[in-house]
Design a protein around this ligand. Structure first.
Ligand SMILES: CC(C)(COP(=O)(O)OP(=O)(O)OC[C@H]1O[C@@H](n2cnc3c(N)ncnc32)[C@H](O)[C@@H]1OP(=O)(O)O)[C@@H](O)C(=O)NCCC(=O)NCCS
Length: 113
């Protein structure tokens, strides 16, 4: 019987790929979540997660990969270094975002060669 429960992990990336006309645009992949355990940040793990997501996105036939990031989040530096460019910026106050103090969000996208 397989064991269910928590496992140790130091980071994860959740990728959605647009395979139909609903949700994520067809032909694009969306990085829905990316996070690294605070004890291991700044060691290149986020970069590797993004690189793996790109490989996966290309394998699935996507020609672009994008994500949303709060404009106050320094993670933007990482995305820029990885080739993502700011495409648009929005003020959002949905869900609990306003309560966290995050109101401005940018969509950053990278064209996959
Ligand atoms: C963003 C994150 C996934 C990057 O992973 P990482 O392993 O630290 O990344 P790397 O070591 O490959 O690259 C370092 C870059 O990560 C980003 N970063 C590092 N610590 C961070 C932190 N506490 N919060 C946000 N971004 C951070 C910075 O852009 C940093 O580059 P800089 O030092 O030039 O500013 C990770 O820091 C994290 O989980 N942050 C908190 C959650 C978050 O902000 N997720 C992104 C939502 S869009």
């Amino acid at each position: 019987m397989p064991q269910l429960g928590c496992r140790d992990s130091i980071g994860f990336l959740w990728l959605n790929c647009g395979l139909s006309d609903e949700g994520t645009p067809q032909g694009k992949c969306y990085v829905d979540h990316i996070a690294v355990d605070a004890r291991f940040r700044g060691r290149g793990i986020g970069k590797v997660l993004l690189e793996m997501a790109e490989i996966d996105a290309k394998r699935r036939g996507c020609r672009a990969i994008y994500l949303w990031v709060a404009t106050s989040n320094r993670a933007q530096h990482l995305y820029e270094r990885q080739g993502y460019r700011k495409m648009e910026q929005y003020s959002l106050c949905g869900l609990l975002w306003c309560q966290t103090g995050e109101k401005e969000f940018a969509r950053m996208e990278k064209i996959l060669m």
